[in-house]
Design a protein around this ligand. Structure first.
Ligand code: HEC
Length: 221
């Protein structure tokens, strides 16, 4: 066996007594780091400053980012030609949405346009829908009441108007859209009704306050 070149320091410890150990540690006992020594709370003021910066940054992006849209940031994009016409709204698409608003046509005349027997007449292949626009526009502007025959079936009820004084108070283009829609849906094949047509009839009947009766409408072309 060879002797180690350095004497092992642990060999000394055998002779260290408990008293000596305690005495050696005594001077540094009071110097242990205390609980708060290393960890400090974030100063409240900094917290407010950071929150303020995050809030400002969010607001700034929201307002000025242009939603990072390519049309905003693409320097080489071609701008739309001045005076280019806006894409026209398809009245059938717009009319379908109007028809389906809760409380509007769909509630009574149903999603399939067939109405409910004994209560709401059908719009499918109805002579009132596919025929004279003079009559049809008036029905939706001011409403309809009293006996009416629709596709051979008798009804005697009432429908609210969607024009002036009605709960919906639809504009000319909305009425034109919904009527164009019902004239082309469910197999109906009648021509569109223009906003101008509705506007003209609205002006002509400006004094009308009460719903129409079928008898009155039948006198119209
Ligand atoms: C509150 C229920 C109700 C709503 C909403 C309603 N209708 Fe009617 N509609 C009726 C009733 C009831 C009649 C029949 C009235 C009568 O008996 O005189 C009728 C009649 C009609 C007629 C003539 C008869 C026929 O069936 O062709 C048309 C056209 C018509 N409605 C279209 C519409 C359109 C378009 C809308 C939505 C803009 C609409 N209605 C909303 C209840 C309603």
């Amino acid at each position: 066996m060879s002797t180690p070149s350095q004497p092992d320091p642990r060999a000394d410890q055998a002779s260290v007594s408990d008293e000596k150990l305690l005495a050696a540690h005594e001077p540094i006992l009071g110097q242990q780091p205390d609980e708060k020594g290393k960890y400090r709370l974030l100063p409240l003021a900094l917290l407010f400053i950071f929150s303020g910066m995050i809030f400002f940054g969010g607001t700034y992006l929201g307002r000025f980012s242009g939603w990072f849209d390519a049309r905003v940031f693409n320097e080489y994009g071609t701008p739309p030609k001045a005076g280019a016409a806006a894409v026209p709204v398809d009245p059938v698409v717009a009319g379908k949405k109007l028809y389906a608003i809760p409380g509007a046509c769909i509630t009574c005349h149903q999603p399939n346009g067939a109405g409910l027997p004994g209560a709401f007449p059908t719009l499918v292949k109805s002579e009132w829908v596919t025929g004279s626009d003079e009559r049809l526009v008036r029905i939706v502007l001011h409403g309809l009441t009293g006996p009416i025959k629709v596709a051979g079936v008798d009804f005697n009820s009432a429908m609210p108007g969607f024009g002036p004084g009605g709960g919906f108070n639809w504009s000319d283009d909305k009425i034109a859209a919904v009527l164009t829609y019902i004239r082309q849906e469910w197999g109906n094949q009648s021509g569109a009704i223009s906003t101008d047509r509705v506007a003209a009839i609205r002006t002509k009947e400006a004094a009308r306050k009460t719903p129409w009766t079928a008898a009155e409408l039948e006198k119209l072309p």
